[in-house]
Design a protein around this ligand. Structure first.
Ligand code: FAD
Length: 319
């Protein structure tokens, strides 16, 4: 069993930034990358809102840069998934699919996953720039002058729909029932906006596409319409749109910590306000796993920096 001062779980922007700071503080962190090396940005194309890249950068390329940067300072990255974390023992014990490890401090950066509709095409098109997204802040800009749809009925769906009216000509808000879960005040504000058109009692059966040839001669599938089903009378219809935003929620990757760390009602880890400290001393959390509000690469990276500094100071005090 090997022992490490700091173990970081996750290689998204939060985990890599925590690794960057802890490795530059001579803590020689060990990082487990899990099932999605590089995290959520590896399943997207263009990232235009990460500072420092004036022409934008492809998600996988950005994560490759972060990986190379942390390796430069002596971070060890293992292609292993943590299956068990015993945070009650000292040092902490972690079991991966390949071995057992102990750590004085643990930084949790396991992220969150967007929930998709459960049809073949939505998640696939989100990875290939086909006009499907789970993040209006990230991708709204690409839909200027287009007619689009948002699926969902909670506060996030309403927020996303409202934000998207800055770009789109019309936003169809598709919901499976005849009323939304979102707060009344938010609904009232949204429905005053003439660009938002609610479509009640509808579910998306399929995403219909066209194949388009890019100027580089590459063939890509782009959304052209949604196939909808009415949940009351079962009738089917087509809704022509050039974009689809799925806003039915995110699932934080926190099952490892159930019963050990406090979480909110949706499973996000709770941290002390203004820090990355969890309820267990020496365990820190950063990135989307503890943030259901911002969910951006830059905020994840920022909180990864906080976790590294918190861990370093805690280790120094402990002596
Ligand atoms: P993640 O990126 O989710 O990484 C989590 C890491 O934890 C992964 O490496 C995973 O393998 C690892 N992990 C999980 N469980 C375990 C385990 N048990 N053991 C070991 N490792 C584990 N944000 C932007 O700012 N701009 C954008 O343009 C943008 N576009 C996006 C497009 C898409 C399609 C998606 C899905 C998200 C997009 N985002 C964008 C949001 C951004 O990707 C996230 O906010 C950010 O990746 C969160 O970083 P994170 O480090 O917290 O977690």
């Amino acid at each position: 069993m090997s022992h490490h001062k700091v173990v970081i779980i996750g290689t998204g922007p939060a985990g890599y930034t925590a690794a960057l700071y802890t490795s530059r503080a001579n803590l020689a962190p060990l990082v487990f990358e899990g099932a999605q090396p590089g995290g959520q940005l590896t399943i997207t194309t263009e990232v235009e809102n990460f500072p420092g890249f004036r022409s934008g950068i492809e998600g996988p390329a950005l994560m490759e840069e972060m990986r190379a940067q942390v390796q430069r300072f002596g971070t060890t990255i293992k292609p292993e998934t943590v299956l068990k974390a015993d945070l009650q023992s000292r040092p902490f014990k972690l079991t991966t699919d390949k071995g057992d490890y102990t750590a004085d401090a643990v930084i949790i950066a396991t992220g969150a996953s967007a929930m998709w509709l459960g049809i073949d095409k939505d998640e696939q098109l989100s990875r290939t720039g086909g006009g499907v997204s789970a993040c209006a802040t990230c991708d709204g800009f690409f839909f200027r002058g287009k007619e689009i749809a948002v699926v969902g009925g909670g506060d996030t769906a309403i927020e996303e729909a409202t934000f998207l009216t800055k770009f789109a000509t019309k936003v169809h808000l598709i919901h499976r029932r005849d009323k939304l879960r979102a707060s009344k005040a938010m609904q009232e504000r949204a429905f005053k906006n003439e660009k938002i058109q609610p479509l009640w009692n509808k579910v998306v059966l399929d995403v219909l596409t066209n194949t388009i040839e890019t100027p580089m001669g590459e063939k890509v599938e782009k959304i052209r319409a949604l196939k909808l089903k009415d949940t009351v009378d079962g009738s089917e219809s087509e809704l022509p749109v050039e974009g689809l935003f799925v806003a039915i929620g995110h699932r934080p990757n926190t099952s490892l910590f159930t019963g050990q760390l406090p979480m909110d009602e949706t499973g996000y880890l709770k941290v002390e306000k203004g820090s990355s400290r969890t309820a267990i001393e020496g365990v820190f959390a950063c990135g989307d796993v503890q943030d259901h509000t911002y969910r951006q690469a830059i905020t994840a990276a920022g909180s990864g920096c906080m976790a590294a500094i918190d861990a370093e100071r805690w280790l120094a005090e402990k002596g």
